[in-house]
Design a protein around this ligand. Structure first.
Ligand SMILES: [Ca+2]
Length: 464
């Protein structure tokens, strides 16, 4: 019956039952870091075009202030505390100056941890609905074979399984990290990795556009700092690295316009990625699939500090808005308004239910999803049904309820009660003035936490 209703709806509204989907994630790109926002000298004509032809969200949040858990929620539609991937999958400080032997790396956390294999990904869901599914770029859900994309609902994978790499050697602190399918490969060593991902994404689109509905999960590692191995670094010592790497022609665009070379490289990496996105937009259009293709863009967490996140406070890793709020764009010609900017309260948890609706796919049975279909909100038909959202990173906790933002952070990266409708920069702590609201936020957080603890335990971090 539901399928019939959908077909009827599709006939009335005129969209093909199964549009293509390209879900693009950038890495550590700050909330203000799009040219169209206009507060920074960033050049992003293609993302600006995507926004001009779609809807841009200004109150869009991720579920965690850093890569792995945030991306896990994008893929599963579930809070990190529910899907089990609620911290980073990484070897931590040791890999800054320690060269792993292949045998040693094989038994390290970066190889043995990953997204619980009982979790269902959006790749699984769309593949079941008849889609060709591809993953290009940063997977970050574990590197053991059972965790890699081909075993998680994707027909195609070219990218790195771990958290970050050197943009040219494609090594993570000395460990070769690119995979084609299930096999490690060094076939593109020396080529700037955004160009590699661009080529592979274009190939995937070209193989499927117009032939079969496709889902491309295009997860860039740009503009994340490079995970470059420092020969002179002692094990466990974190030297200040060179930061982001970018091609000279893109860095040159920013010299003299931004304060230093490091920031020029960050901006250059964003612009190089924007050009790759533009090439993919062009290929979709040339294949006659523009109107039948949904393109989404978001960053996986707040900006890492390159040029700041003003007017937001804080950066990646914090419970401040600068760590949790990210740029978001969704374009679906004819189905979503063009050039609309919405300040409705939305999160990455909404992506899976939204794509299931758009693609006439089914939610997996017995799986609790934490978001909702946001298409009516993006169309401006209804207010966002989301009233609250919760975050936890180790001893750091935060909640938003309507316009209220509360956080308490053992790390010091957060703390207080703020009214975001008048104080987006979280400057005026209202805890003393509004004790009843602060109390309510703490209670709501505790109730959410209890709900997460009551769910079926998932690995890799929980004891079960
Ligand atoms: Ca990130």
């Amino acid at each position: 019956m539901r399928a019939l209703c959908f077909l009827f709806l599709a006939a009335v509204t005129g969209f093909a039952a199964q549009p293509n989907v390209i879900l693009i994630i950038s890495d550590d790109q700050g909330w203000p870091d799009l040219g169209c926002i206009g507060t920074k000298p960033l050049v992003t004509p293609n993302l600006d075009k995507l926004a001009a032809e779609g809807v841009r969200g200004t109150s869009f949040y991720v579920t965690w202030p850093a890569c792995t858990p945030s991306r896990g929620s994008v893929l599963t539609g579930r809070y990190p505390q529910r899907n089990g991937l609620y911290d980073m999958v990484r070897n931590d400080m040791v890999n800054y100056g320690h060269r792993f032997s292949p045998e040693e790396y094989a038994v390290s956390p970066e190889m043995t941890l990953g997204l619980d294999v009982r979790e269902v990904t959006i790749g699984d869901m769309l593949k079941k609905a008849g889609y060709a599914t591809g993953c290009v770029g940063k997977w970050d859900m574990g590197q053991a074979r059972r965790y890699l994309p081909l075993q998680r609902g994707f027909d195609f994978f070219y990218g790195h399984g771990n958290n970050g790499i050197d943009y040219y050697t494609h090594e993570r602190y000395g460990v070769p990290s690119l995979f084609r399918g299930n096999q490690r490969t060094e076939e593109d060593k020396g080529t700037y990795v955004t160009d590699v991902f661009r080529r592979e994404a274009l190939r995937f689109v070209g193989d499927h556009a117009g032939k079969q509905p496709f889902f491309l999960y295009l997860a860039f590692n740009a503009p994340h700092g490079a995970s470059t191995f420092g020969e002179g670094t002692k094990a466990g010592e974190k030297k200040k690295g060179e930061g982001v790497q970018a091609p000279e022609k893109h860095v040159a665009m920013y010299r003299g316009k931004v304060e230093d070379e490091k920031l020029a490289r960050y901006c250059g990496a964003v612009t190089c990625m924007d050009e790759a996105i533009g090439a993919i937009m062009d290929s979709v259009e040339k294949a006659g699939q523009k109107d039948n293709t949904i393109i989404l863009f978001m960053s996986d967490n707040g900006g890492s500090g390159n040029g700041g996140n003003a007017p937001l406070k804080g950066s990646k890793g914090s419970m401040w808005e600068g760590g949790l709020r990210v740029p978001f764009i969704m374009r679906w010609p004819g189905q979503l308004p063009a050039g609309k900017v919405t300040d409705e309260f939305l999160t990455a948890l909404e992506l899976v239910p939204t794509l299931l609706t758009a693609c006439a796919a089914k939610a997996p049975e017995g799986v609790k999803l934490d978001g909702f279909d946001m298409l009516p909100v993006l169309r401006g038909e209804v207010k966002s049904p989301r009233q609250e959202m919760f975050w936890q990173r180790r001893g750091d906790k935060a909640a938003r309820f309507e316009n209220w933002k509360w956080s308490e952070a053992a790390s010091g990266k957060g703390g207080g009660l703020y009214d975001l409708s008048t104080d987006l920069g979280e400057k005026r702590d209202l805890t003393a003035e509004k004790p009843e609201i602060a109390k309510r936020m703490r209670e709501r957080f505790a109730a959410w936490r209890a709900g997460m603890d009551a769910t079926e335990p998932r690995g890799p971090f929980r004891d079960y």
